[in-house]
Design a protein around this ligand. Structure first.
Ligand SMILES: C[S@@+](CC[C@H](N)C(=O)[O-])C[C@H]1O[C@@H](n2cnc3c(N)ncnc32)[C@H](O)[C@@H]1O
Length: 265
């Protein structure tokens, strides 16, 4: 967390690398499928990846652009992204700093803007640094869809425990400035920023205990331990929910990933 970025997790946490690689396991197939069908060809493209985290998408882009392209990956706290000849990693705060000099053919950002209270200004800034015809792809989770998050549980009480835990996590996110339904409002924000041909799709999966999505919730719960206890979670319920995240009889529905693309006229 910094003055401009109230991001609830920290890339310095001992679990951060695991957390980011679970995100990659959960979402990369969805993200790369969408990136591969943009109207702008990735071959030879100049790409900017904002809030790159573990860098799996930045490295995938670096493979796609070929020798004629280039990828810049930024993060306020970059983790060790393995080197790639066409990838440059920069420490950069997308809120307080200028967008790295473009103009860019493709700008991608996943699970970053939802965390930033200045998200609309940041989106406008990113849109303005595209070349004419360039594309901005914003992927964020809509955390406002709460019904049915527990898709299957060993007991009805366990389903309630999981949902109560998730409600507390959501409140912590909200207190840190997350706009829960932002992901579904990105099309409007893109239109307001002057982008055209805006399209949006929804992706998501159910995750049994022990698989990436449930282990991601487990890791998040450990990282937010202090805040969850302050919010009233008891040690027993935290233990039980964390156990459930390893129990294959449990299945959770992750908040849906909204993928919204808009083009600079
Ligand atoms: C939930 S992670 C997502 C990482 C990656 N985009 C992914 O989807 O796998 C959010 C990332 O945004 C970065 N971040 C938070 N605030 C930022 C800011 N103001 N400028 C740039 N990056 C930021 C965090 O350090 C973290 O790596």
């Amino acid at each position: 967390m910094t003055a401009t970025s109230p991001y609830v997790y920290s890339n310095e946490h001992s679990r951060a690398k695991d957390h980011l690689s679970l995100l990659a396991e959960m979402l990369d197939a969805h993200s790369t499928a969408r990136l591969a069908t943009l109207r702008v060809p990735l071959r030879d493209a100049r790409c900017l990846e904002i809030g790159a985290g573990g860098g799996s998408i930045a490295r995938w882009l670096a493979d796609q652009v070929g020798p004629g392209g280039h990828v810049v990956a930024t993060d306020i706290a970059p983790v060790d992204i393995p080197a790639h000849p066409r990838l440059e990693v920069r420490t950069h705060d997308v809120v307080s700093e200028e967008v790295p000099a473009g103009p860019w053919d493709v700008i991608h950002t996943r699970l970053v803007l939802m965390h930033l209270p200045q998200r609309r200004d940041v989106l406008r800034k990113l849109a303005g640094s595209l070349r004419p015809g360039g594309v901005l792809l914003v992927e964020d989770m809509d955390m406002s869809w709460r019904d049915g998050r527990s898709m299957r549980a060993p007991t009805p009480e366990d389903a309630v425990r999981y949902e109560r835990h998730h409600d507390m996590v959501i409140r912590i996110f909200e207190q840190a400035g997350v706009e829960l339904a932002w992901a579904s409002r990105v099309p409007q924000a893109m239109e307001d920023a002057g982008l055209v041909d805006v399209t949006s799709s929804i992706r998501g999966d159910g995750w049994p205990g022990g698989t990436a999505g449930a282990l991601f919730i487990y890791g998040g719960s450990i990282q937010l331990d202090d805040k969850l206890r302050q919010a009233g979670a008891t040690p027993q319920e935290l233990d039980r929910v964390r156990e459930l995240m390893h129990d294959p009889r449990m299945m959770i529905r992750m908040s849906p990933l909204m993928q919204t693309a808009g083009y600079r006229p």
